[in-house]
Design a protein around this ligand. Structure first.
Ligand code: CAA
Length: 291
């Protein structure tokens, strides 16, 4: 299957990054969201991030303009029906994702590949509720999408080889690297990353270290570009908690129990950067630890 047109569902942090990299690689992109405001915001973010690449001489002004011209937006989900490839990057709730695929299905070409950017929901289960489980895959990008080299490809139990190879080619065309993961809770990256972040929260909870000392330790002692608490704020504490719950329930092992302090931050609505407060307070000039 030769992919030329791509429909991206959801214009949030992941959706706008995905639209950005596909448009820059020459694909025609239709970006959909239920909110027209979210679509405007996404175009603004994409423009800003492309400008950043222009100013660092990664791309030219003409390439930026051509990429922007390849992105169209719509609040009507079914406008994406003619796409060769659909990437669902909506809210990380199974009912939302299933409803999107159900609504889209009658409008798709028989050859369209359906994918989800889910970070932890079972691909086999999502696929089983569509009319094309053999053309369904997990397509997991990392944040920030324009910068991170990796894409996880997750085959459901029914995914066929043709679909897998089509997506491998797509990842290559984006200049990124694919890692194949089996369809088990949280796949590879989050299976390893989230317990580390959760352990950092336990380290804080038990008073072993402060927010700053934990982050400094992992940045300077393990060469991580961000400390684990700073990274948790960047990802979103609600997302971190949701993934820990998927690991805990899906693997039924107490080693994955979410730290009560992580739950408390989420209960407070302190979800990290997106709500301007998490392990750090982002409301001033520089982030200040909240504990
Ligand atoms: N769009 C385009 N370019 C961007 C960008 C964006 N949104 N954000 C940063 N950049 C570029 C910058 O232009 C810069 O480019 P050059 O190196 O070519 O000059 C480069 O990225 C570095 O940016 P900065 O110098 O501004 O900042 P930094 O050095 O502090 O790096 C970072 C920022 C890349 C985010 C770095 O801190 C990092 O790698 N952090 C860890 C990110 C990470 O672990 N992500 C995975 C999260 S897990 C996940 O996503 C899976 C999940 O399901 C939860």
């Amino acid at each position: 299957m030769d992919v030329k047109t791509v429909g991206v569902v959801g214009a949030g942090q992941m959706g706008n990054g995905i639209a950005h990299v596909f448009a820059l690689a020459g694909y025609e992109v239709k970006l959909n969201d239920i909110s027209a405001e979210a679509l405007d915001r996404a175009l603004g973010t994409i423009g800003k991030n492309l400008d950043r690449q222009v100013s660092r001489e990664k791309i030219t002004e003409a390439e930026k303009q051509a990429a922007m011209d390849r992105i169209s937006t719509t609040t009507v989900l079914t406008d994406l029906g003619s796409s060769d490839l659909i990437i669902e990057a909506a809210t990380e709730r199974e009912t939302v994702k299933t409803a999107i695929f159900e609504d889209l299905q009658p409008h798709l070409k028989p050859t369209t590949i359906l994918t989800s950017n889910t970070s932890s929901i079972s691909i086999t289960r999502l696929a089983s509720r569509t009319d094309r489980p053999e053309k369904f895959m997990g397509f997991h990008f990392m944040n920030p999408v324009p910068v991170m080299q990796l894409v996880e490809l997750i085959r459901g139990i029914a995914t066929d080889e043709e679909t897998y190879h089509s997506l491998l080619k797509v990842v290559e065309s984006l200049g990124k690297t694919a890692a194949s993961a089996e369809d088990f809770p949280a796949f590879i990256v989050n299976r390893i990353l989230m317990p580390m972040i959760n352990e950092a929260v336990y380290t804080l909870y038990e008073g072993v270290g402060s927010v700053r000392s934990i982050d400094e330790s992992m940045k300077l002692g393990a060469n991580h570009p961000m400390g684990p608490l700073e990274l948790a704020d960047f990802i979103g504490l609600d997302t971190c908690l949701a993934i820990m719950n998927v690991l805990h329930e899906g693997l039924a092992d107490t080693k994955y129990r979410p730290c009560p302090l992580l739950t408390k931050y989420v209960e407070a609505g302190w979800l990290g950067r997106k709500t301007h407060r998490g392990f750090y307070d982002y409301r001033g000039e520089t982030p200040v630890p909240t504990r």
